[in-house]
Design a binder for this molecule. Structure first.
Ligand code: NAD
Length: 287
């Protein structure tokens, strides 16, 4: 097993819903974190969210004032990925679009050290396909965190066709070092998590579309009958309806089966800009 070196920073691109959680868990675990986002307001909002969550932990006496301050000090926004030269692990958490991710990896690959690990938090895009734009695919891996990152224990580690065992061991150790439970999957559309979850969410949306039950009843039935902590429609709102739509499109295209076709109601919600929690309007309304 790899030993963990906290003297070398972690680089994160994308400070949205997932990136900010990834930044927080690494910084809270003692790693310096360099952060870049194409949209500077995303960084400001990420830092404000992290500070708010840390303040909440202070008020619940889970961490001290000093620990909060030290965590915030470890996070450094950077204007350009050229500043990622010294990172041991680079995690990409930008939008779920292959072209965006490939452009980022092509740029970052030129800057990173020869042994730095290149990881993506993609929910569904092929790890092997993204690895192919980098110079050394054996160092490329899927590091799939779950939302909200500071709370959820799982990291689904996804092996591309050429990912080496040494890369897996290092990422496994890093995931454990930030208090997560890593579980291994191979590169296949949706990996394990979304191949099982997204058809369930899609079916819940089809139930709503067909008038089988109201959203509260659909979610209540899955919570009380199946012991799920959260119903599928509320979970879809939390993940982001655009993200769900993108993932279903990948499953539908790459696995080629009708059962993965996104529900027309999901498409309409995305076109209307009702994306769930992040726009305060999805299957439910949020204050
Ligand atoms: P998001 O839309 O909240 O954030 C994406 C961020 O990427 C934005 O801040 C955007 O400005 C930034 N970005 C876009 N293009 C960029 C570029 N070229 N360079 C730098 N930054 C850029 O999305 P999210 O929900 O945080 O998802 C991020 C990734 O995590 C996606 O691949 C998604 O599939 C995956 N993921 C999401 C969830 C979830 O529940 N939302 C769960 C697991 C994995």
């Amino acid at each position: 097993m790899s030993s963990i070196d906290k003297s070398k920073p972690i680089g994160v691109v994308g400070a949205g819903a997932m990136g900010r959680g990834i930044i927080q868990v690494f910084a809270q675990s003692g790693f310096d974190v360099l952060v870049h986002d194409a949209n500077s307001s995303a960084i400001e909002s990420a830092l404000a969210t992290i500070e708010k969550l840390l303040n909440r932990s202070v008020s619940k006496e889970r961490i001290t004032d000093d620990e909060r301050d030290a965590t915030l000090k470890r996070i450094t926004p950077v204007g350009n990925v050229s500043e990622f030269k010294s990172v041991q692990l680079f995690v990409e958490a930008a939008s779920e679009k292959p072209e965006i991710k490939k452009t980022i990896f092509k740029a970052v690959d030129k800057v990173l050290a020869g042994d730095a690990i290149r990881a993506t938090n993609t929910s569904s895009i092929s790890i092997t396909e993204l690895a192919a734009v980098t110079g050394n695919p054996s160092l490329f891996i899927g590091m799939h965190f779950f939302n909200p990152v500071p709370v959820m224990k799982l990291v689904e580690i996804v092996m591309g066709l050429e990912t080496s065992d040494a890369t897996y061991d290092k990422v496994h150790a890093l995931a454990e070092a930030v208090g997560k439970t890593p579980l291994r999957a191979n590169d296949h559309p949706g990996f394990v998590s979304n191949r099982i979850l997204m058809p369930m969410i899609n079916e819940a949306i089809l139930c709503m579309q067909d008038g089988v039950a109201r959203p509260e009843a659909i979610d209540g039935i899955m919570q009380l009958g199946m012991a799920h902590p959260m119903g599928p429609l509320r979970l879809a709102d939390l993940i982001g309806l655009d993200v769900c739509y993108d993932i279903l499109n990948v499953l539908h295209r790459d696995l080629g089966e009708d059962k993965y076709r996104p529900a027309p109601l999901l498409r309409k919600m995305v076109l209307a800009g009702r994306l769930g929690n992040k726009t305060k309007q999805g299957f439910y309304t949020y204050e």
